[in-house]
Design a protein around this ligand. Structure first.
Ligand code: MG
Length: 368
């Protein structure tokens, strides 16, 4: 089987409400999504999505995905999409780094592999759990009552996991965390996501002030070196996501005990082929996981849901459902939806989330 055509689609995905990242630093209103369709000489078609969470969050941006695809298209065409590691090597040799540009191609290959085998991607990854994965809300940064208001709205939809954005002013952060924890329901998972907004000193002050609450902090510093030093002066559990980019990062975090939780985002790490190795490093080291997209439509959520459901129950924390924050749906009636706060992959072969091409419009580029 050979890849014979690559079609690239661009679509703006508007957010229902403006979103403020930690510390109120970054405001998002629309996401720049890229959808990739791979066609093969066997008549099978695969889809992958690449949607960065704006261009200020991590080194990734929509136009960069489309430029990367133009550069890599000649080495992707003619590959057998079922041989995902050969496709991976071809892309890595052609364009070192730029993992976010490779992710949609890798994901589309997994979609084709699943369709060819008659199995959902989660089963190709080793087999899916019977139970789905809790969906985590993403709680925009703001005053304590504003943040609790967002959490309450998600609770009404059945959500039991929330990623609350903090960072910025240490006194406000201590207030926010104490307020939210005082209102946390039994069994609810609340992750305090700093998104790199603290200096080492600020992280030490806030994390030590609320250490008795036993809450988990995500990415409390800019770099892995920062997080490693923060780890030495604090006792709260730590999750790393933005500086978990390569398998080498995963190995270092596990070996040096820098974090207790991995935040694996498929588009940041280059797709499922690379993400599943991080899953295995985590499983081998007693490290729990959040598995998510960096943002995007139901297709991106579904891609992450497949990997999440291949993780044993005791190791999975939650998955994000960014689709619930958007005003448009690119695959009506298909893919993984949040039902009573849970994302569950079905038995449709492959990804199970082909988009409606009339909603995507004409491709912005076709390579063949
Ligand atoms: Mg995060």
């Amino acid at each position: 089987m050979k890849i014979t055509r690559i079609s690239v689609y661009q679509k703006d995905l508007p957010l229902a409400d403006p979103y403020w990242l930690s510390g109120g630093r970054l405001k998002f209103e629309v996401l720049d999504a890229t959808f990739v369709k791979l066609e093969t000489d066997a008549g099978l078609t695969g889809w992958g999505e690449g949607t960065p969470w704006g261009h200020t969050y991590v080194p990734a941006h929509g136009p960069g995905i489309r430029a990367g695809l133009e550069t890599m298209a000649p080495v992707i065409l003619g590959q057998d999409p079922r041989m995902n590691e050969l496709v991976e090597r071809a892309m890595d040799l052609c364009l070192p780094g730029h993992l976010y540009a490779k992710a949609p191609v890798d994901l589309a290959c997994w979609d084709i592999m699943g369709k060819a085998c008659g199995l959902p991607i989660a089963d190709l990854l080793g087999g899916k759990r019977d139970t789905g994965t809790p969906a985590a809300s993403s709680v925009s940064s703001g005053d304590p009552d504003y943040m609790m208001g967002i959490i309450s709205k998600y609770r009404e939809q059945g959500y039991v996991a929330h990623s609350a954005k903090v960072g910025g002013n240490v006194d406000r952060d201590i207030d926010r965390i104490r307020h939210i924890e005082a209102n946390r329901k039994p069994g609810e998972i609340i992750l305090y996501d700093v998104n790199r907004a603290w200096t080492r000193r600020e992280a030490g002050i806030v994390m030590n002030a609320v250490a008795n609450l036993g809450v988990t902090f995500e990415q409390p510093g800019e770099t892995l070196d920062d997080v490693a030093e923060i780890r030495k002066v604090t006792t709260s559990p730590i999750s790393v996501d933005e500086t978990l980019v390569t398998l080498q990062d995963a190995c270092r975090i596990a070996r040096d005990g820098i974090a207790d939780v991995f935040g694996i985002k498929l588009n940041r790490v280059g797709g499922l082929t690379k993400a599943r190795r991080m899953r295995d490093v985590a499983l081998a080291h007693g490290i729990q996981m959040f598995v998510m997209a960096t943002g995007g439509s139901v297709m991106a959520d579904t891609e992450a849901a497949h990997l999440a459901q291949s993780v044993p129950q005791e190791f999975i924390q939650a998955s994000w459902s960014c689709q619930d924050m958007l005003t448009i749906d690119v695959a009506p009636g298909r893919g993984c939806r949040t039902v009573n706060g849970i994302l569950t992959v079905d038995d449709t072969p492959g990804l199970g989330c082909d988009p409606d091409e009339t909603i995507l419009g004409d491709p912005v580029a076709v390579y063949e």
